[in-house]
Design a protein around this ligand. Structure first.
Ligand SMILES: CC(C)(COP(=O)(O)OP(=O)(O)OC[C@H]1O[C@@H](n2cnc3c(N)ncnc32)[C@H](O)[C@@H]1OP(=O)(O)O)[C@@H](O)C(=O)NCCC(=O)NCCS
Length: 187
């Protein structure tokens, strides 16, 4: 990997329809509403209380991630919150991507559009070598976003959970993309 000095902090990212703002405490009410929605949380967890979301916000705002120009971004379309995207460090040169959108924002291509901007940032600005993603096999919408991004399905893993969600028996669907694969797409 070519060593690159990442920019200090995280930039605001822009796409045709989205402004992706680095997560701050100001976004807490929107994230609280998102995690309280049973349908949004269907393949993730039980719906969360405001206290649980507040606790998670601390980890989501990890300053070491910000310093690497990684972490969480909240997306706005025409000034309205639509959801968040994450790109969190997993090891030297690689990170995990994820997304969670409000139900009203589904089916408009916004998840994929925001993810493209985050991946582009990860590979070209931060200098990552590899980005991975994972979702429940049962989460067809999330798998479809990864496929549209050109991520390669690598394997299915079966894990044990304390409080398993419906569909978990199908396993976890893992995918990844390297910087070379991303650049070859001409994205
Ligand atoms: C997973 C999730 C982000 C996917 O959202 P999504 O809206 O289906 O994904 P996209 O933004 O790529 O939109 C795709 C759809 O928009 C449609 N679309 C409409 N206008 C579009 C446009 N201008 N450009 C592209 N696609 C468009 C596509 O046809 C596609 O529909 P289809 O899936 O029925 O074929 C969303 O369902 C979600 O937040 N789920 C809850 C949280 C979750 O499970 N997160 C993942 C955990 S691993």
């Amino acid at each position: 990997m070519t060593p690159r000095r990442p920019p200090r902090g995280k930039p605001v990212l822009h796409t045709d329809r989205l402004e992706l703002q680095p997560l701050t405490w100001d976004h807490l009410p929107e994230l609280t509403a998102l995690d309280a929605d049973e349908e949004v949380m269907r393949y993730l967890d039980r719906p969360r209380t405001p206290e649980q979301v507040c606790e998670r916000q601390l980890a989501r705002m990890d300053p070491t991630h910000d310093a690497m120009s990684l972490g969480y971004w909240c997306g706005y379309h025409r000034g309205r919150f639509v959801g968040w995207w994450l790109l969190t460090p997993e090891g030297p040169g690689w990170a995990e991507i994820g997304w969670r959108l409000s139900r009203s924002a589904w089916g408009r291509g916004l998840a994929t559009e925001g993810a493209r901007a985050v991946i582009e940032h990860g590979f070209t600005t931060v200098g990552l070598e590899r980005i991975k993603g994972e979702t429940m096999v049962a989460n067809e919408r999330s798998r479809s976003v990864m496929v549209k991004l050109g991520m390669r399905h690598t394997r299915i893993e079966h894990r044990t959970w304390e409080d398993p969600l419906p569909g978990v028996e199908q396993g976890e669907w893992l995918a990844e993309i390297s910087r070379d694969e991303w650049l070859a797409q001409g994205s």
